[in-house]
Design a protein around this ligand. Structure first.
Ligand code: ADP
Length: 448
């Protein structure tokens, strides 16, 4: 097992990894930017190294600074968290050549999954259903028009290197395609230094459903059920839950069996998430793989009882899954996560600043993953996630009621947060009926 791990991240996920390390008896090294000097991850790590100024390009994304911090503190491994360098295959490779274990999949697998078109082809080959679309990236507008005519409008153009919803355009009719293709390519080129775009059938009212994977270095793959993440605003998830109200035990079993085979075939190791869209008929179609731990992993932890971050560390250290998961994976009860962001709940504008008063809810079935404390300052430089409220109930109804009572007891003073928005969504009969798709938020906000 590792003696010491460096956490190449900040905020709640850095703390989450520190918790796992403490429980495994592993020492930790925090890295931080000048803006995060007073952060809790710095306080709770055994050692801490300042790696640069506030701007993440010069600190959390600066590979030489992170590697130097690892070398001077003599760590064995690096946990990248999510975001920042977590899906950067070049970083994973530099770790390996520097004699450090990167806690994640192998660099060629990260690279292959990072190009969505490659991932799509690999999953198709392994028998996972994909949406009708182009074979390979689009060579020209004519190629796009031909493919779209075959699959039928509407279609969606997607950047193969994409992320965060950038480089995506919905095309409703042929006349729009050449112009939107040029826009998607330009946006992808600027954001990802790769202008390649492919085309896929567009689903009008999809549910976003994703499966959590753990895979060891000896070919054992386990699927920890699914999460429903259809409550999104501009492709950013706001509320996630497990299990999905729409996934039947038969569907879950079928996808689990085919994913075990597919992930083994692509040589996947460590934790990952396979994302699908569900159409109105209830069919699932693969969209992408996230080769890292996700923000919403706690809902899976609550319904399976499996500590995903500890499993990531143990897998990276070479332990077989058979010794990490001593019982068959079973799902029990229901869990819901609300992302508490520092933002105005009406306008969604960021609300950085000092938290002057804080009460975190507790009690049975309530988990809060946060880096906030009274008098801490939320800097404007990073994502706006301040806390995750994750509530467990014996069923979906209890998980909703418990989330509502915990939100009532969740007090953050000094900045605006998304708490009032969560209270309204969880009280909405449409949400309560489980009648949700990725357009839910747009509909809900228009309804007011
Ligand atoms: P990114 O990596 O940029 O987040 P994804 O491929 O994960 O992109 O897609 C993000 C979101 O975009 C999905 O959750 C869904 O809401 C929407 N989306 C993607 N592909 C389609 C599609 N074929 N039809 C309808 N919506 C889609």
């Amino acid at each position: 097992m590792f003696q010491k791990i460096l956490i190449a991240n900040r905020g709640e996920i850095a703390l989450r990894v520190i918790c796992a390390c403490k429980e495994l008896g592993i020492k930790t090294v925090a890295v931080y930017s000048e803006a995060d000097r007073h952060s809790l991850h710095v306080r709770f790590a055994d050692e801490a190294v300042c790696i640069g100024p506030a701007k993440s390009a010069r600190s959390y994304l600066d590979i030489p600074s992170v590697i130097s911090a690892a070398e001077i503190t003599n760590v064995d491994a690096i946990h990248p968290g999510y975001g920042f360098l977590s899906e950067n295959s070049n970083f994973a490779e530099v770790c390996e050549t520097s004699g450090l274990t990167f806690i994640g999949p192998k660099p060629p697998v990260i690279r292959a999954m990072g190009f969505k078109q490659h991932a799509r082809e690999a999953m198709d080959k392994a028998g996972i259903p994909i949406l009708p679309g182009s074979a390979g990236v689009l060579e020209s507008a004519e190629h796009g028009l031909e493919t779209a005519a075959k699959i039928g409008y509407p279609v969606i153009l997607k950047a193969t290197a994409g992320g965060g919803g950038r480089g995506m355009r919905v095309v409703n009719e042929a006349s729009e395609l050449p112009g939107l293709l040029a826009q998607a390519q330009a946006e992808a080129g600027a954001a990802f230094s790769c202008p390649d775009v492919y085309i896929e059938k567009y689903i009008r009212k999809p549910r976003h459903i994703e499966f959590q994977i753990l895979a060891d270095h000896y070919g054992q793959v386990e699927v920890l059920g699914e999460r429903e993440c259809s409550i999104q605003r501009r492709h950013q998830k706001l509320i996630e839950e497990s299990p999905s109200p729409r996934v039947t035990p038969e569907l879950r079993q079928r996808i689990t069996d085919s994913l075990k085979k597919a992930m083994r075939e692509v040589g996947y190791t460590n934790a990952g998430t396979v994302e699908f869209l569900m159409d109105e008929d209830g069919s699932l179609y693969f969209i992408e793989v996230n080769a890292r731990v996700q923000v919403e992993h706690p809902v899976t932890e609550l319904v399976t009882g499996i500590d995903i971050v500890k499993a990531q560390i143990r897998i990276a250290a070479g332990e077989p899954l058979s010794s990490i998961l001593t019982e068959p994976v079973t799902l029990r009860g229901h869990a819901i996560e609300c992302r508490i962001n520092a933002e105005n709940p009406e306008t969604f504008t960021p609300s950085a600043g000092k938290i002057t008063g804080l009460n975190l809810p507790g009690g049975i079935g309530v988990r809060v993953d946060t880096w906030a404390y009274t008098d801490c300052v939320i800097p404007p430089y990073y994502d706006s996630l301040v806390a995750k409220l994750i509530c467990y109930g014996s069923d979906r109804k209890e998980a909703i009621t418990r989330s509502l009572r915990a939100l009532d007891m969740f007090i953050v003073e000094g900045i605006h947060t998304s708490i009032p928005l969560h209270q309204r969504i969880l009280s909405d009969p449409e949400f309560q009926a489980g009648d949700i798709d990725t357009n839910y938020i747009a509909r809900f906000l228009a309804k007011k």
